[in-house]
Design a protein around this ligand. Structure first.
Ligand code: 5GP
Ligand code: MN
Length: 339
């Protein structure tokens, strides 16, 4: 996104517009934080703004300011499609390809609205009129902050906007510890706290609201943890039966994959979660150092993401998916042992 783009966007936003903001399917803290942060920011103009998520998100994100205005495409399809078809501008946040919105892909592709992408995932598609893509960024929330800065408007960042951005930066950086966390990230976070983000409350709302069953499910996952020392890899499985046993709710498995990566010597961690309703195994991959799980997921599991965090899926059974994973690992052994 260059100066010319910023001038054009400033011009666009100088008169009231019908604006849609869309994050990726299965929205996480960064997707919700960036969408609602941008929503609160744009509300300061005289625009009509709707935030549409492809599907629901976990309850530990439902305290976020603006949560009540969020529309869900899977349960409010007609209303959402009408709004999208009628929109002047669509901001697409925290994803790099329209298929990442699941069933919204077609209506978004066909919409004639001006699309503005703000995203930090690897290998962005070229569907937007304005693309602000930077894979070195900690989070899309940090990027939307920079976007507002480019518009010369950080003075209008208030407590609601700050709370939303803090949420996304905190969740996407693993509470400010991943290597994508820079001194600039911290400087922005400091400003967000100054402007009213309550860091302690935000952290508690996201991380300290476990149910007893969620902890039992975590126990089950840790019990299923397996290590492949020659590949410096750890993986976890969760079957649908196990999820049902502990009354699984959306978000309950968030972060569980990181336990594998916390083992000494492990540089690649995976979790395989059976989803009978969607007929897939949902895969999350995490790595340390230069080993790219984005590349691995693209090559073998129809997914992608970042160098150290990626997602994907498999249509095989849970056991066959694990077998496939183990069989492809040998071709990565050298890279994994070089880390
Ligand atoms: P998670 O494992 O938490 O679902 O996802 C890890 C990271 O990879 C997130 O940034 C997420 O947005 C991204 N990601 C997850 N699934 C996919 C996918 O299927 N394709 C792409 N390109 N990125 C994904
Ligand atoms: Mn993100």
């Amino acid at each position: 996104m260059n100066k010319h783009d910023i001038t054009s966007i400033k011009q666009l936003l100088s008169t009231p517009k019908k604006i849609i903001i869309v994050p990726h399917k299965n929205p996480d803290g960064d997707a919700i934080g960036s969408s609602l942060g941008l929503y609160h920011y744009l509300l300061k103009g005289s625009h009509k703004i709707d935030v549409i998520v492809p599907n629901d998100y976990p309850s530990f994100l439902k305290w976020v300011p603006g949560n009540d205005i969020v529309l869900k495409h899977d349960s409010q399809t007609n209303e959402c499609d009408t709004l999208i078809n009628d929109a002047d501008i669509i901001f697409t946040l925290d994803f790099n390809a329209l298929h990442r919105t699941g069933n919204m892909e077609q209506v978004l592709t066909e919409s004639s609205a001006i699309k503005i992408m703000i995203d930090h995932h690897q290998e962005p598609d070229n569907y937007a009129k304005f693309t602000f893509s930077d894979v070195s960024m900690s989070s899309t929330c940090e990027m939307v902050y920079h976007f507002i800065d480019m518009l010369d408007d950080t003075d209008s960042i208030d407590a609601n906007i700050s709370t939303c951005f803090y949420l996304g930066i905190m969740t996407d950086t693993g509470s400010f510890r991943f290597s994508s966390t820079t001194s600039t990230t911290h400087q922005i976070v400091a400003k967000l706290i100054e402007k009213g983000a309550n860091n302690t409350n935000i952290h508690n709302n996201v991380y300290d609201t476990n149910s007893y069953e969620r902890l039992q499910l975590l126990g089950c996952a840790l019990n299923n943890l397996r290590v492949i020392p020659e590949s410096r890899t750890a993986y976890i499985t969760l079957s649908q039966e196990e999820l049902n046993k502990y009354n699984y709710k959306k978000g309950d498995t968030e972060g569980v994959v990181n336990y594998g990566l916390s083992l000494e010597g492990v540089v690649l961690a995976a979790i395989f979660i059976e989803d009978k309703q969607e007929g897939i195994i949902k895969i999350s991959l995490r790595s340390k150092g230069n080993f790219s799980v984005n590349e691995m997921s693209r090559a073998h599991f129809e997914g992608g993401g970042h160098i150290n965090a990626a997602g994907g899926k498999s249509y095989l059974s849970l056991n066959d998916t694990v077998e496939k994973f183990i069989s492809i690992l040998s071709s990565y052994n050298k890279a994994l042992n070089d880390e």
